[in-house]
Design a protein around this ligand. Structure first.
Ligand code: IPE
Ligand code: IPE
Ligand code: MG
Length: 250
């Protein structure tokens, strides 16, 4: 199949990414720059999610996955962790109806065991309330770590081997993929990290094997749909080879 020229590819046509994952970083620095506490930045960051998810429909992004809290973020102060947990509860209560009205299907990935029961109850409720929606798929990574996810998946797999449900000789990449929290998702095509840090911090390790990465300097509370569209346009110009040779370039 002939490769489209860079100029032909714009987000919105089939050259755009189907699944975009975002490491929403820089809330703390954004607040610091304003002489405010870190939680002020987290609140500003949460406000950005709404319009970015909304813009997915126009930008033809079917799946969006956002990193809200990592398995390593428990190392922060008790004040910040408690503030974030309370923000998540408030966010779900406030956004539930609006997400449903916009036909968004919401799911969570990450380990729910360490989260408080009230928050888990709200997460279940939001998933359940939006489960029949067929618009944009929003996945929220909350108490998520890529290594933790693979470890939990392996534990479930080992249990199935022990009970005779799974033949160890049959295990391949697809088998493990099917035990991950993300089993209902295609792999991300593009991972964006805001705030200028060029690392992945344990996000979607297995799933991002062939993802394209965009590290941008903007702090998350300053991230707008216009910036999102610019990043997607750059993606359209990339040449993804998946280990093969690009025959059109020969
Ligand atoms: C990202 O912003 C949000 C979370 C990790 C919860 P940070 O809180 O990491 O902001 P910086 O990196 O300190 O600026
Ligand atoms: C990654 O950001 C986690 C989230 C955005 C939720 P961090 O700010 O926690 O990552 P590090 O500590 O800079 O690697
Ligand atoms: Mg950070």
């Amino acid at each position: 199949m002939a490769r489209k020229s860079k100029a032909d590819k714009t987000p919105g046509d089939t050259g755009g990414p189907q699944h975009v994952a975002i490491i929403m970083d820089g809330n703390g620095r954004w607040a610091q720059q304003r002489g405010k506490p870190r939680l002020f930045g987290h609140h500003a960051g949460a406000k950005r999610v709404h319009e970015v998810v909304d813009s997915c429909r126009d930008l033809d992004v079917k799946y969006i996955t956002i990193f809200a809290f990592s398995t390593e973020n428990w190392k922060r102060t008790q004040t910040e962790v408690a503030g974030l947990m309370s923000l998540f509860r408030r966010y779900i209560r406030k956004e539930m109806q609006a997400l449903h009205d916009r036909n968004v299907q919401v799911r969570f990935i990450g380990d729910r065991m360490a989260l408080d029961a009230k928050l888990v109850g709200l997460m279940d409720e939001l998933e359940n309330y939006t489960k029949d929606n067929d618009g944009v798929n929003l996945t929220i990574a909350l108490n998520y770590g890529g290594r933790d996810e693979v470890a939990r998946a392996t534990k479930r797999m080992a249990r199935d081997v022990a009970t005779g449900k799974l033949d160890p000789e049959s295990v391949n990449e697809q088998t493990l993929t099917g035990y991950l929290d993300t089993r209902f998702l295609p792999d991300p095509d593009l991972v964006i990290r805001t705030s200028g840090e060029a690392r992945i911090s344990n996000f979607l390790l297995w799933q991002s094997a062939y993802a394209e990465y965009e590290f941008i300097d903007t702090l998350w509370p300053d991230f707008t749909p216009a910036i999102f569209a610019e990043v997607l346009a750059r993606f359209g110009g990339r040449d993804r080879r998946f280990g093969a040779v690009d025959t059109a370039a020969e």
